[in-house]
Design a protein around this ligand. Structure first.
Ligand code: UDP
Length: 500
């Protein structure tokens, strides 16, 4: 068969495709976008990532490493560029430019609404530069119209699973939460999905408490549907029923190009300008542990836990009997949460565990043979990184799409066990405390001997093989990247544009 344009980008294309990436200002969006740019750049696409100064620092190391790795193939040209625009003056303190830095509901609302101000620099970029497509965050719904004004296709980036996106679409379409009884314990069914999906009412965001949040998500869903298409950090073999559901039932176009983390050229400092100073030490500590003996515990970049939650988590880790690495970003004084005997478990006094303060090299930890389980909040990046590493999960969702991702992991893919998280709550709200026994129980079911653990681990390993295969030449994600590139190239020759 004829080689495709995407395979020949370096040989025959004098003008490579140019894609502008425009991520939401939170690490969970910036990190996969930098990885995705790396993925497209490796196929010969020129990539620009538009962001603000503080957020550029989060991805700079990953982008520099990627450019280093491409030098030689690009004839010295920079493959990925970061276009920095000032953070808009919307009344937030200096340096507060990203979700994890927000400390009140008021700042949070200011941030979400105020980011509309980025419309102007985004518009200016498209006036001054040619782009064949924009991959813009779903959280920037206004980017559809701005891109349309310049005749540039807007491809929405949803930093979530297709499963969760289909669940959200079902709740919006059917007014599911509004129509359900006003009882936190009510079981709510999500109609029209390939699987029977049921949540407890308290696991869902309450539209009465936050009508503006519901309206926001409705506007995102509508803008995504008006877009040229949608790109997912996922892969066909992971959620095939939802790929089909998207295409035939929802009639939406999607490309699945993940797991994008596997494209990263910077597995240690990916996502930070300040890798924890002890990173080498943790990895050496892991080297000394038997295969599959360590549970890794981390809740992403936006979660916070009360001293009571932390005490129970510490008790759970102790009771589980497993070795553990716990990324604990809390500033809470140890005397407020640390249960008796816990300090003795940890190095240098004990051999059982480590806590990490600061940024952990998550990809290196998950892919270390000593790690046999991951206690996760089910943020989509973390979930997919665990899938790609073949590591089974202990699921502890907190908010956003995480309760849906838990359903996917536990009930559909069967590569995890839940701790029994029941309350959707922002980091500023209270949740019911989950007891140490429940946490230890879930860790035991995933990592322990016996049929259930064996079956879960076998599935996780198989899924990891499929995930890695998806990105290899001829794999499903490889093909989706190629399909999208070919389509954009064909579009270029059918539309009269000035490519200079
Ligand atoms: N991450 C990391 N080290 C840390 C904390 C987070 O590398 O100490 C990365 C993690 O690998 C993932 C991202 O940060 O890529 C977090 O995204 P996720 O969607 O899991 O959670 P969020 O922070 O958006 O809730």
């Amino acid at each position: 068969s004829e080689p495709r344009s995407s395979d020949m980008a370096f040989k025959d294309e004098p003008q490579p495709l140019h894609i502008l990436f425009f991520p939401f200002l939170a690490p969970g969006h910036l990190i996969p976008i930098a990885d995705m740019a790396t993925l497209f750049a490796a196929r010969g696409v020129r990539c620009t990532i538009l962001t603000t100064p503080v957020n550029a620092a989060v991805i700079r190391s990953a982008v520099e490493r990627a450019n280093d790795s491409f030098r030689g193939t690009t004839g010295g040209a920079v493959a990925i560029d970061i276009a920095i625009v000032p953070f808009p003056d919307i009344g937030l303190p200096p340096g507060v430019e990203s979700s994890p830095a927000l400390s009140s509901q008021e700042d949070h609302d200011t941030f979400f609404l105020g980011l509309q101000e980025l419309r102007e620099p985004f518009d200016r970029f498209l006036s001054e530069n040619h782009a064949d497509a924009v991959v813009a965050d779903s959280f920037f719904p206004w980017s559809v119209d701005t891109a349309a004004k310049h005749g540039v296709p807007r491809i929405a980036f949803l930093g979530s699973s297709m499963f969760a996106t289909a669940c959200i679409d079902s709740t919006v379409r059917n007014n599911t939460v509004e129509a359900s009884p006003d009882d936190p314990d009510a079981v709510v069914s999500l109609p029209g999905l390939p699987h029977r999906v049921e949540l407890i009412r308290s696991q869902m965001t309450d539209p009465k408490k936050r009508p503006e949040e519901r309206n926001f998500f409705q506007s995102l869903n509508a803008a995504d549907q008006r877009s040229y298409g949608e790109v997912f950090n996922s892969f066909h073999e992971l959620e095939p029923d939802y790929v089909e559901h998207y295409r035939t039932t929802l009639v939406r176009r999607a490309w699945l190009v993940g797991p994008v983390a596997l494209a990263s050229q910077d597995l240690s400092a990916r996502g930070t300008s300040e890798l924890s100073a002890d990173a080498d030490h943790f990895l050496r500590w892991l080297d000394a542990k038997p295969d599959g003996s360590v549970v890794y515990v981390s809740f992403g970049t936006l979660s916070s836990f009360s001293p009571k939650d932390m005490r129970e988590l510490a008790r759970g880790l102790d009771l589980s009997g497993k070795n553990f690495v716990w990324v604990n970003g809390s500033d809470t004084d140890a005397t407020e949460w640390m249960p008796e005997g816990f300090a003795e478990l940890m190095a240098p006094r004990g051999e059982r565990g480590l806590t990490i303060r600061g940024w952990a090299p998550q990809m290196l930890i998950l892919n270390h043979p000593a790690v046999g389980g991951f206690v996760t909040h089910c943020g989509w990046n973390s979930t997919l990184e665990a899938v790609a590493a073949g590591v089974p999960m202990v699921t502890w969702p907190l908010n956003f799409d995480q309760f849906y991702n838990e359903k996917l992991v536990v009930e559909v893919l069967k590569v995890g066990v839940g701790v029994g998280s029941l309350d959707y709550a922002s980091k500023l709200e209270n949740r019911r405390v989950i007891g140490g026994e429940a946490i230890a129980g879930a860790i035991g079911r995933v990592m322990g001997d016996g049929e259930e653990g064996d079956a879960i681990r076998k599935k996780a390993t198989e899924l990891g093989v499929k995930a890695r295969g998806a990105l290899e030449k001829g794999g499903s994600s490889w093909d989706d990247v190629g399909r999208l590139m070919d389509e954009l190239m064909a579009r270029r020759s059918s539309v009269t544009v000035d490519v200079n």
